[in-house]
Design a protein around this ligand. Structure first.
Ligand SMILES: Cc1cc2nc3c(=O)[nH]c(=O)nc-3n(C[C@H](O)[C@H](O)[C@H](O)COP(=O)(O)O)c2cc1C
Length: 193
C-alpha cells in the first residue's frame, strides 16, 4: 500500500474565473505605467507594479500583451511607473480606458513632466519612477517587464490609492496606520520597525 500517494490531494483544474475572483481579495497598490514621448504616448493603470530588487534598483510589472503601451515600451526602451495618491482615482480611471479614452487623450487634466528618455511622469504622483527596460518575458496572456530604475521623484502625500474587491480605496497614513497599530502584535511590529 502506498501511504504517501494516498495522502496527496487530487489536483483539480482551477477555472480562470475562480482564480480571478480569488485574486480580488488581494489588495493592490494602484500605479499608472506611461510610455512614449512627445505626442506618441500611452499609458495604463496597473496593480501589478512591484519592487523586484533594491540592488540594483529594479521593478516588475505584468502587462497584457494586447495593451497599447507594450509596443511603445519596446520601441522606446523606457517607461514610467507613477504610484497614485488617494486623490487620483480620476487618473486611474482615465488610464484604465474609462469612456473609451485612448493614448494621449488619457493624459489630459493632469500635469506631466518629461522624465528619462522623455517618458511622461505624473508631477503629483506619490512617487514617479523612470525606468529603462531591462527585459520583457512573455508568458501566457501577459508580458513581465523588468525595469531598471534610473529616476525617482517623490511627493510623499498622505494617502495611497489601493484597489480591493473591485473598488478603489484611499489608504490614509495617519488614520489607517494608527488603527492597524492597535491590533498589531508586538512581535510583528518589531519585525518591521
Ligand atoms: C485597478 C486596475 C488595475 C489594473 N491592473 C492591470 C495590470 O496590472 N496589468 C494589465 O495588463 N492591465 C491592468 N488593468 C487594465 C488596464 O488598465 C486596461 O486594460 C487599459 O485600458 C489597457 O490600456 P489600453 O486600452 O491602452 O490597451 C488594470 C485596470 C484597473 C482598473
Amino acid at each position: 500500500m502506498n501511504l504517501v500517494a494516498r495522502n496527496v490531494p487530487v489536483a483539480r483544474a482551477i477555472a480562470p474565473n475562480e482564480f480571478r475572483h480569488a485574486m480580488r481579495h488581494l489588495v493592490g497598490g494602484v500605479s499608472v505605467i506611461t510610455a512614449g514621448r512627445g505626442g506618441d504616448i500611452s499609458g495604463m493603470t496597473v496593480t501589478s507594479a512591484s519592487s523586484l530588487a533594491v540592488d540594483p534598483p529594479t521593478l516588475i510589472v505584468a502587462i497584457n500583451r494586447d495593451a497599447s503601451s507594450l509596443p511603445m515600451l519596446r520601441r522606446y526602451g523606457a517607461f514610467g511607473v507613477n504610484i497614485l495618491s488617494g486623490e487620483q482615482v480620476d487618473v486611474a480611471e482615465r488610464f484604465a480606458g474609462k469612456g473609451g479614452l485612448k493614448g494621449a487623450e488619457r493624459f489630459a487634466g493632469s500635469v506631466w513632466i518629461a522624465g528619462p528618455s522623455g517618458v511622461p511622469l505624473l508631477r503629483d504622483a506619490l512617487v514617479a519612477i523612470g525606468c529603462e527596460v531591462e527585459e520583457i518575458i512573455e508568458r501566457h496572456s501577459h508580458a513581465i517587464v523588468i525595469g531598471h530604475v534610473v529616476h525617482l521623484a517623490s511627493t510623499e502625500g498622505p494617502a495611497a490609492l489601493a484597489y480591493w474587491r473591485g473598488k478603489y480605496l484611499a489608504v490614509e497614513q495617519d488614520r489607517d496606520a494608527s488603527r492597524l497599530a492597535e491590533v498589531s502584535l508586538p512581535t510583528s511590529r518589531a519585525l518591521w520597525d
